[in-house]
Design a protein around this ligand. Sequence first.
Ligand SMILES: NC(=O)C1=CN([C@@H]2O[C@H](COP(=O)(O)OP(=O)(O)OC[C@H]3O[C@@H](n4cnc5c(N)ncnc54)[C@H](OP(=O)(O)O)[C@@H]3O)[C@@H](O)[C@H]2O)C=CC1
Ligand SMILES: CC(=O)N[C@@H](CCC(=O)OP(=O)(O)O)C(=O)O
Length: 345
Amino acid sequence: MKISIIGATGYGGAELIRILHQHPEATIHSIHSSSQQGKPLHTSYPHVQDAVNLELEDIDPVKIANETDVVFAATPSGVSSKLIPQLMDAGAKVIDLSGDFRLKNTETYESWYKKPAGDQKRVAEAVYGLTEWFADDVKDAQLVANPGCYPTATLLGLAPLVKNGIIDLDSIIIDAKSGVSGAGRGASPIAHFPEMNDNLKVYKVNEHQHIPEIEQTLGRFNALTGPVSFTTHLVPMTRGIMTTMYAKATEDFDIDKLHDLYKETYANNYFVRIREKGLFPGTREVCGSNFCDIGLAYCERTGRITVVSVIDNVMKGAAGQAVQNMNVQFGLDETTGLDFLPIYP
Ligand SMILES: NC(=O)C1=CN([C@@H]2O[C@H](COP(=O)(O)OP(=O)(O)OC[C@H]3O[C@@H](n4cnc5c(N)ncnc54)[C@H](OP(=O)(O)O)[C@@H]3O)[C@@H](O)[C@H]2O)C=CC1
Ligand SMILES: CC(=O)N[C@@H](CCC(=O)OP(=O)(O)O)C(=O)O
């Protein structure tokens, strides 16, 4: 497959290049930039040097669509919404890493993203690419809306509980922590080293754009799901997301039953790994990989279930899941070119 990457100078774009450079069925045909066009990639990312001997090109949607099999839009929200309809009108298959085509209700999008929504027709036809749950939709999609990093970890962690209705669907609390690469390569006050080093910050309290995405998708698993409490924190580390979810169990539960449920649910999903009883994953244990590792607990005293879910925000939270979706779209095993063991230590 011939691939184009738009937004190649960002963290998502760089990670797509790292994956696709070694993907056995993919060739990176072109990489595109709105500010570095005409320059070799290594001027933006010296770590590639001539291993990826490509020049950053301008963004010409028709040319891109005519020359490649699939386009990855690793561009900010508000940019993808304008770019992608042009690519699709020219016949391109697109996987969008931004949030522009995830929310089906355009008014909800505009309220949470504070930006004009994308073309309603394209929003309606976009397929939400949480691969483990929606691969059947992804395989026939022209546009895949790749999930956000926090929703990926959260939804994989919560889905078995919500789908089986074994928790109070109005009691869901999600406590989320992210490394700073989640904010992207562009400098921002929140990501500035003196502000972030030796610091732990809460941000977008009750205002995060992932709240409607999480609620929309949980509603697909169980229409009775109520609003969730979702709080995000910035942690002084580069990669990694940990979401810790709490919910009241609706029936007497025991931890063995909970483990059996998760192991059965994800038995055929290579990238979702369930920790043994009493063990909980850390973000380093998935760093640089496409894995989502999950730990479980049940407290008889409070009647609450706790789920801990970790991913690498740039991998399973973005580029890795995007390539996983590409594999599905093109009839490949979803693990093709993605079976990276985590980088440890
Ligand atoms: N970082 C993460 O962990 C995750 C990110 N995402 C989403 O993935 C997308 C990419 O994120 P990330 O790589 O971190 O972001 P970055 O800010 O690191 O990179 C975004 C890239 O988009 C390009 N860009 C910016 N403005 C424009 C424009 N007006 N027209 C065309 N291209 C533009 C820039 O490249 P250039 O200047 O070369 O054009 C930039 O390098 C975003 O939508 C983000 O929300 C989703 C999940 C996780
Ligand atoms: C640490 C940090 O800033 N993270 C970003 C998440 C980036 C992301 O996933 O963005 P979209 O899903 O909107 O594409 C945030 O909280 O907005």
